[in-house]
Ligand binder design. Sequence first.
Ligand code: DX5
Ligand code: ZN
Length: 218
Amino acid sequence: MKKIAPSILSADFSKLADEIKEVEEAGADYIHIDVMDGHFVPNITIGPLVVNAIRPTTDLILDVHLMIENPDQYIPAFALAGADIISVHAEACTHLHRTITSIKEHGKKAGVVINPATPVEMIKPILPEIDLLLFMTVNPGFGGQSFIPAVLEKIKLADKWRKELKLDIEFEVDGGINSDTAEQCAKAGVDVFVAGNAIFGQTNRKQAMDVIREAING
Ligand code: DX5
Ligand code: ZN
């Protein structure tokens, strides 16, 4: 069953708990939380304090996407705050295997993220160690950008490896996802669809999610 992960980056931060409740009731599978530090990406967003505040408001899986330098330093804080999945950028980790091990030692699911320009071959050796592989389909930093179609080839290649090696990994896409781009990604092998603007940017969030769900399961 394919999953939808609304990104709260496009939600109304003045009523975050209500926004999360609304998408939870509309059938969201994960809540995607974008953490940006103003260094790895040119924007600053959410820290562990906010994750901690969100935690008691929902039973959904908190899918924490770290767009930060030196993620090793902050894994304990995000784990303690209540993250369920912690994903780190391959580009930000000098010792990626060590970082993944640390996430798992904190009892959390470990994800690796690659930017559009990063070859998927870079993370092939670590595939057996991870729970989630997140393909950025825009350059990270902001919501509302356009999907980069070249990423589809990387997804297809990784899907081939996943089948050959019989790996139990979820593939996720993030950036410019709407019903049209989600459908293309679903065909390439994606399981989890992050959408910010296409859900929180719409007045009827339930309808927005239903349209995406129909496209990915269709
Ligand atoms: C981008 C973030 C995304 C963002 C997606 O850097 O990682 O999660 O919220 O927003 P949309 O779906 O609007 O492209
Ligand atoms: Zn994200």
